[in-house]
Design a protein. Structure first.
Ligand code: AMP
Length: 285
């Protein structure tokens, strides 16, 4: 496995790979890798000849006061995981190599980014689309793989790829969970043992939403209220949002008539956790 730190070198390696006829698969990450990331590598390997994984804690997607400085980092551990997962190239750029001191161009998606996490993290998705567009220009992948865990993010990126005619395919890997249902996340390491237990309320709320949808409940407000009631059983949990939105447009919906994204952001102590599931309308009998 090659470890590349220079943007120019990464571009040269990708150019050479493409000239040799290789399909390039790409998994962008912020590091502190876990099984969720590795599941995306496996998807990329099945669809490409060479897999590039990037580790870059992108400063411009963090708002002032967020956890940029404390975001967990473990390059040595990540490198070992990438090697054993069969990553061909680990791209690990320096922030100074990614952003010129006077950089002044951003990529912004303006329809899907406003609600859900975007409403609470203004500017976050602009930072994400900008860095992902840059990474696509550097790695030049044929296929890029993102996780359903960050449902809004991958929908925003798909829109960017469509609207800017970027010549690649975007695939979505399912959310990988701990055995007890907690969605894997680098930020789970912030949780104390008690908080780790409290964090299960997100998955419980989603399980309740699925249960109701399967039972034929079509009122989005009733499903939302039931999810809120589940979270309320955990006193340390502070809801940022519980939303049910059309899975394609991310606009609010009243009835479960098409696939609906049930998504929530909850603070457990100081840690902000997100999770989601897609609800399907029950077949009418
Ligand atoms: P991050 O390092 O958190 O920025 O995530 C990098 C990629 O891994 C994104 O596409 C995430 O959606 C994806 N990812 C993070 N957690 C999981 C998970 N538990 N299951 C599947 N994919 C995940």
């Amino acid at each position: 496995m090659d470890v590349i730190r220079s943007v120019l070198e990464m571009q040269q390696v990708s150019h050479a790979g493409r000239r040799a006829g290789h399909r390039i698969g790409f998994v962008p990450t912020m590091g502190y890798l876990h099984e969720g990331h590795l599941s995306l590598v496996r998807i990329a390997k099945a669809r490409a000849d060479r897999v590039v994984l990037s580790i870059f804690v992108n400063p411009i997607q963090f708002l002032p006061g967020e956890d940029l400085a404390s975001y967990p980092r473990d390059f040595t551990g990540d490198e070992a995981l990438c090697r054993s997962a069969g990553v061909d190239t680990l791209f690990y750029p320096e922030p100074s190599g990614m952003y010129a001191p006077d950089h002044s161009v951003f990529v912004e998606e303006t329809a899907l980014s406003g609600g859900l996490c975007g409403a609470f993290r203004p500017g976050h998705f602009r930072g994400v689309t900008t860095v992902v567009a840059k990474l696509f220009n550097i790695v030049m992948p044929d296929v890029a793989v993102f996780g359903q865990k960050d449902a809004q993010q991958v929908r925003v990126i798909r829109r960017m790829v469509r609207d800017l005619n970027m010549p690649l395919e975007v695939l979505i890997g399912p959310t990988v969970r701990e055995p007890d249902g907690l969605a894997m996340s680098s930020r789970n390491r912030y949780l104390s043992a008690a908080e780790r237990n409290d964090a299960l309320c997100l998955h419980r709320a989603l399980a309740e939403a699925v249960r109701l949808a399967v039972a034929g409940e079509r009122s989005v407000e009733r499903i939302r209220a039931a999810m809120a009631a589940v979270i309320a059983q955990t006193p340390s949990a502070r809801v940022e949002y519980i939303e049910l939105a059309d899975d394609e447009t991310l606009q609010p919906v009243r009835y479960l008539e098409r696939p609906v994204l049930a998504a929530l952001a909850v603070r457990i102590g100081t840690t902000r956790l997100i999770d989601n599931t897609v609800l399907q309308p029950a077949k009418s009998s």
